[in-house]
Design a protein around this ligand. Structure first.
Ligand SMILES: [Zn+2]
Length: 490
């Protein structure tokens, strides 16, 4: 029975039929319908009766037919038109295999690790002159590539010395990292540089970071209202708050503001003063979290806000203290596109592979705060495997787009969030006792194992665990923190 027909009694008028563009991409007999609960159950039990690992329970086409498109109104706007075009572009990949990729036992493309590794290694190489405009983003290019490679299981130790020597001149004498030699420092560059060096994880990589000047630099970003700017006089947003706490926590910097921090003049004494309240003010009427108070809720800023709160303390404590969680969950659940399965970042926006992480990565954090898993991990994995893999390697925003290191990194991080089950052990003895000092909350995570329920990926499609808060390979954050905890002073 059609889900739309089933809702007739509750609606004042029958919902409109799909718009023409949708009718073109789905034959009448394939029109997207939702199976009733009983149909689902009978199909499920039949599948379980003959359950073998070699037999998919549901083919990709059957899956797509089982997913309801959210009810749409008749008003055609620029927004609805690009949504229809997006669906038209994505559906062939969800239903079939236009790239002729090798398929896993669930009829979905396998994760083409070797092709993606080749793509990312290329991204760490030389760039043509037209990339000059990306010069200030060099720290990001390194981080995205290194993180993506490690998620694919590739050993990046071959890059260790080059990463250290590359970043050395990026570090500013007054603290923090810029985008290149002689460039002014910026929190975004400092974040990408710090994480890259922690991924390398050698003593020379750790010691290449000037922690004392970094502490002073972060102190200059702290604002009287509790937030952080991205650079002196720059924008104050949740990225700044997240990045500052990531760096303080990983490098085990003092929580007290440095004596020269301007915010001290307004009575603030620590990096955490007013911070939770400031993050809380970024939650919008929709329930999501924006860059700064008064802005529109956005997936990437939401991840930064939740990541920041996850470093400030146990998620169950900080999330509930500073956020309206039911409203946040309501907003988050609405960010998973159907039937695409991937996420979009804002209301009425299009599915995009990077939100596999920005929204997908929010879910382990809210689950750690005690909220039930109410997202569809398997649908996200379908989108990533079927629609986000570029034919020649690398991952993309959506079919038709070119791959880049950014979308490759964050599709893979999102796949980790979908494939792995995490638990938060706040208050429990931490392995090796790392993270006992200030801002140690994000070192209390545990990997419980792989997600199994109706999973759609084979063994070869699994990525390495990505730390849910720090977005580095599992274990690397702990190694860095331990190294800096064992160091005396700066
Ligand atoms: Zn994107």
């Amino acid at each position: 029975m059609s889900a739309l027909a089933g809702q007739d009694q509750e609606l004042p008028q029958p919902p409109p039929p799909p718009r023409p563009t949708l009718q073109e991409v789905t034959a009448a007999e394939d029109r997207i319908e939702e199976l009733s609960d009983s149909e689902w159950e009978s199909q499920d039990s039949e599948a379980q009766d003959s359950d073998t690992m070699a037999t998919p329970k549901i083919t990709p086409s059957e899956y797509v037919r089982s997913v309801t498109i959210p009810i749409q109104d008749k008003l055609a706007t620029g927004t609805t038109e690009v949504q229809d075009e997006t669906l038209e572009a994505v559906l062939p990949f969800l239903q079939g295999n236009p790239n002729d990729f090798e398929l896993n036992m669930f009829g979905l493309p396998t994760l083409r690790k070797e092709a993606h590794i080749k793509f990312l290694k290329h991204a760490l190489g030389r760039y043509p002159s037209n990339f000059a405009a990306m010069d200030a983003a060099r720290p990001w290019l390194l981080y995205w590539s290194l993180q993506g490679l490690t998620a694919l299981g590739h050993d990046v130790s071959e890059y260790g010395e080059r990463v250290v020597s590359t970043f050395a001149p990026f570090q500013h004498p007054t603290g923090g990292f810029g985008g290149g030699h002689g460039q002014l420092p910026h929190l975004a560059c400092s974040y990408a540089a710090t994480l890259s060096l922690i991924i390398v994880g050698t003593p020379s990589a750790y010691d290449s970071i000037n922690r004392r000047t970094m502490w002073h630099y972060l102190g200059r970003m702290k604002q009287p209202d509790g937030g952080f700017t991205m650079c002196p006089g720059g924008e104050e947003d949740t990225r700044g708050a997240f990045i500052a706490l990531v760096i303080i926590s990983l490098l085990n910097l003092p929580l007290d503001l440095p004596p020269d921090a301007p915010a001290r003049k307004t009575g603030l004494t620590t990096f955490l003063d007013h911070l939770g309240d400031w993050i809380g003010r970024c939650q919008t009427f929709e329930g999501g979290i924006s860059a700064a108070p008064g802005n529109e809720a956005h997936g990437a800023y939401a991840f930064c806000a939740l990541g920041c709160l996850s470093i400030m303390g146990a998620p169950a404590s900080t999330f509930n203290k500073y956020l309206d969680m039911p409203r946040l969950l309501h907003w988050m659940t609405a960010r998973q596109s159907a039937p695409e399965g991937g996420f979009h970042g804002r209301t009425n926006k299009l599915v995009d592979g990077c939100y596999s992480h920005w929204i997908g990565g929010c879910w382990p954090l809210v689950e750690a705060a005690g909220y039930t898993n109410i997202w569809n991990r398997n649908a996200l994995a379908r989108y990533i495997l079927a629609a986000a893999q570029f034919k020649k390697g690398g991952l993309v925003d959506k079919p038709g787009k070119r791959p880049d290191a950014y979308h490759t990194c964050y599709n893979l991080a999102g796949l980790s969030a979908a494939q792995w089950r995490f638990a938060y052990d706040g208050g429990v003895e931490v392995e090796g006792e790392v993270g006992k000092g200030d801002l140690g909350a994000a070192f209390c995570w545990r990997v419980e194992g792989e997600w199994e329920d109706q999973r759609v990926w084979g063994e070869g499609d699994t990525v390495r665990v990505v730390h849910p808060v720090f977005v580095v390979p599992w274990g690397k954050a702990e190694e860095a923190r331990r190294y800096f905890e064992e160091k005396e002073g700066f």
